[in-house]
Design a protein around this ligand. Structure first.
Ligand code: ZN
Length: 91
């Protein structure tokens, strides 16, 4: 894993996601594409943590949490993701 702070990792992930989208809009040169792929690999941010929204206070917390970290309401266990996101250990 990386040595970045949690805040930095979150910000880097969002920046990477934005650039990923923009690169699709305007196809880059092969050199830029290769450099970008290499940069993402070196950053090694890993997948975003799975989060969920609390039905009571709409606060965002970890998907695996059994209680909301904001209002402490009990949370229903969620089924596996159905949005196509690869699950950890699904290799
Ligand atoms: Zn809550």
């Amino acid at each position: 894993m990386s040595n970045y702070t949690d805040g930095a990792v979150t910000k880097l992930r969002s920046i990477v996601a934005i650039i990923d989208q923009e690169i699709v809009q305007v196809p880059p040169t092969p050199a830029l594409r290769a450099a970008w792929a290499e940069l993402v690999e070196v950053l090694a941010l890993g997948p975003s943590p799975q989060t969920r929204e609390c039905p009571s206070c709409h606060g965002i917390g970890m998907r695996a949490a059994s209680r909301c970290g904001h209002c402490w309401a009990a949370l229903e266990p969620l089924p596996l993701l159905s949005d196509g996101t690869p699950l950890q250990g699904d290799a």
